[in-house]
Design a protein around this ligand. Structure first.
Ligand SMILES: Cc1cc2nc3c(=O)[nH]c(=O)nc-3n(C[C@H](O)[C@H](O)[C@H](O)COP(=O)(O)OP(=O)(O)OC[C@H]3O[C@@H](n4cnc5c(N)ncnc54)[C@H](O)[C@@H]3O)c2cc1C
Length: 275
């Protein structure tokens, strides 16, 4: 646990508060799992918020011999600072989770340490970049062991209830347990319709999951296929980047007006702005 390189004096104070809370929870006592040479107790594939949260959960249970691996460079795990292009999270700001009930680890504590509680009160939704900055802080303040630039290509069972993970490039890791926290892309692959892939030159189209050079589209007309959230995220992002026109194409006769998972989000009754 270290707060030394966390930016800003107020975050250093918050890191100390986190340390005190964890001390009270017996977080720093020795681990209890009998070690096996060269074998991690748990390897978590994916260093997004789920992977970091799972790692904290294990460390809190004093399972210490763990490793998180993520294919991205450090600080660029998940969608937030890569292919997501909305201005704020869609999730209400009051939802907590990966803090596992430690108040000093919440995004709210992180925000208030830097900008004050009035600023948190005035905030509608958490800005996308701020969420990623919070996740970076969370990882750092908890000292979660993450290996970046490491893509897991293969997981195979081995003798003795051990799993072998093969990374891109051939290096292998051994783990007793493997947690897949591979996020949205873990469920399949990004899809581009064949009529685009097979008929348009590669420099005329992109999938929203890719890095897109919006500067190169300045003053141009852009068509977007699909009318879901990412379509409108990319539309506003393109227009803000100087694209002249954006046309969103949807198959349905009308835009859906109900977000089906919304009912699963408990409303914060103190906030009159939630709909
Ligand atoms: C545009 C957009 C907006 C969203 N907005 C919201 C929102 O407002 N609120 C909300 O709750 N959710 C939102 N989501 C959903 C969001 O993806 C998840 O909430 C969040 O990212 C889930 O975290 P995660 O850790 O499960 O997955 P991710 O954040 O996707 O992290 C998974 C990580 O695993 C890595 N990985 C995958 N496979 C491998 C492999 N084989 N080897 C190594 N690394 C691997 C990935 O590169 C990634 O870094 C949004 C998603 C998108 C795309």
């Amino acid at each position: 646990m270290s707060g030394s390189s966390v930016a800003g004096g107020s975050l250093t104070a918050l890191a100390a508060e986190v340390g005190r809370d964890l001390e009270r929870l017996d977080y720093f006592s020795p681990g209890w799992v009998r070690s096996r040479d060269g074998v991690f107790d748990v390897v978590i594939v994916g260093g997004g918020q789920s992977g970091l949260g799972a790692a904290f959960g294990l460390l809190r249970e004093r399972v210490r011999n763990i490793l998180v691996v993520d294919e991205n460079p450090a600080g660029f795990e998940g969608p937030w600072d890569t292919y997501a292009r909305m201005i704020t999270l869609r999730t209400p700001k009051h939802l907590t989770g990966i803090d596992l009930g430690v108040g000093a680890l919440t995004c709210r504590a992180w925000w208030e340490a830097q900008y004050g509680s009035a600023a948190w009160g005035a905030l509608d939704k958490i800005p996308r970049g701020a969420w990623m900055a919070y996740l970076r802080w969370f990882r750092e303040v908890l000292g979660i062991p993450v290996r970046n630039d490491a893509m897991v290509r293969l997981i195979e069972p081995q003798e003795g209830a051990v799993h072998r993970l093969t990374l891109e490039g051939g290096e292998t890791l051994l783990a007793r347990k493997v947690v897949l926290a591979t996020g949205i892309q873990g469920g399949g692959e990004w899809h581009t319709p064949d009529f685009i892939r097979n008929n348009l030159p590669a420099d005329r189209w992109a999938h929203t999951s890719q890095a897109i050079d919006f500067d190169a589209l300045r003053g141009r007309r852009v068509g977007i296929l699909g009318g879901g959230a990412s379509a409108f995220d990319n539309a506003q992002h393109a227009l803000n980047a100087g694209v002249a026109q954006v046309h969103v194409h949807i198959r349905r006769p009308a835009l859906p007006t109900v977000t089906t998972p919304t009912w699963t989000t408990p409303p914060n009754t103190r906030s009159p702005t939630l709909s």
